[in-house]
Design a protein around this ligand. Sequence first.
Ligand code: SAM
Length: 330
Amino acid sequence: MSAPDDVAAIRKMAGLSTPMALRVAVTLGLPDRLAEEATAEEVAAERGLSPVPLRLLLNHLATLGIVARADCGYRTTELGAALRRDADNGLANLLHLDLAGGRAELAFVELLHSVTTGESGYARLFGQDFWTDLDQRPHLRASFDKQMTDRFRAQVPRLVAGFDWARFPTIVDVGGGVGTLLAAILAAHPGIRGHLVDLDPTATEAGATFRAHQVADRAQTTVGSFFDPLPAGADAYLLCDILHNWDDEHAHVILDRCVEALPPAGRVLVVEPIGGQLAATEFDLSMLVIFGGRERTVDEFRALAAVHGLAIESLTDLSGARCLLELRLG
Ligand SMILES: C[S@@+](CC[C@H](N)C(=O)[O-])C[C@H]1O[C@@H](n2cnc3c(N)ncnc32)[C@H](O)[C@@H]1O
């Protein structure tokens, strides 16, 4: 028989109430509203909610320390203030159920399907894949771009300092997002010219990032798909957090496009958490359910690259959270 403590610990790990309570609280803007004390009835009347169920939610948030019971209702605690939209830490954007990150994690209800088939749970739950959804819902695209910027905010200096980017006078950033990393590389290395390829409106947004970093004279953007031919002849093709979003079939097409564009001495630079090394197991499951992707191990990357005549030249731990795999032809 299991120890009661073990049973309790596993029940706590397995419970869905707490993650969903936090996400619903953010979606309803409760941490913002309860900066000023209010009763469940008042908040329910303001937001068109049912007062009794709202009280159940607030009571669980009080158990968690996100709100505190006050004389006349509830108010947000210091801990709960981290979930306010103005907290500027990325959490509210990440957890809101109608923004890209929170919506995507709902795909975990399809984990069984993903583990059974290897397919994305997101596509099964929402009827279309993550990127199509973002194309059709601009607010999801905007929140995803913000999420990408937030996740790298602290890491970018280490990603830039951790590798000798100056070896590559021209870099194509394939799926470069809003250009945060490329702008920082260009700012640190006045000898490098960059060319970012991404879908719109993200690629257009990257133009603004380059202007803000005063590197626009050395940075070009192309609105396009990395499943189509890429700008040819650059010294390096950077794939930062791209391949883990795709199954092997799609990852092969992306690498094909890079190799077609690559001159003989060029390099493909893959920046990702490497499976079994830096990748968090929890995050690996997110890649599976959201995209049908995964954090590949070095051996998996070696096998993937070999199909395209690419070999691993070096492996660098850039930031403790991202590795850089340098791939060369031959
Ligand atoms: C996980 S984000 C990484 C963005 C950026 N490389 C970074 O590290 O911040 C993946 C990027 O791939 C882009 N993407 C998805 N499908 C694409 C496609 N078919 N062609 C070009 N870019 C695409 C997305 O718009 C997004 O910016």
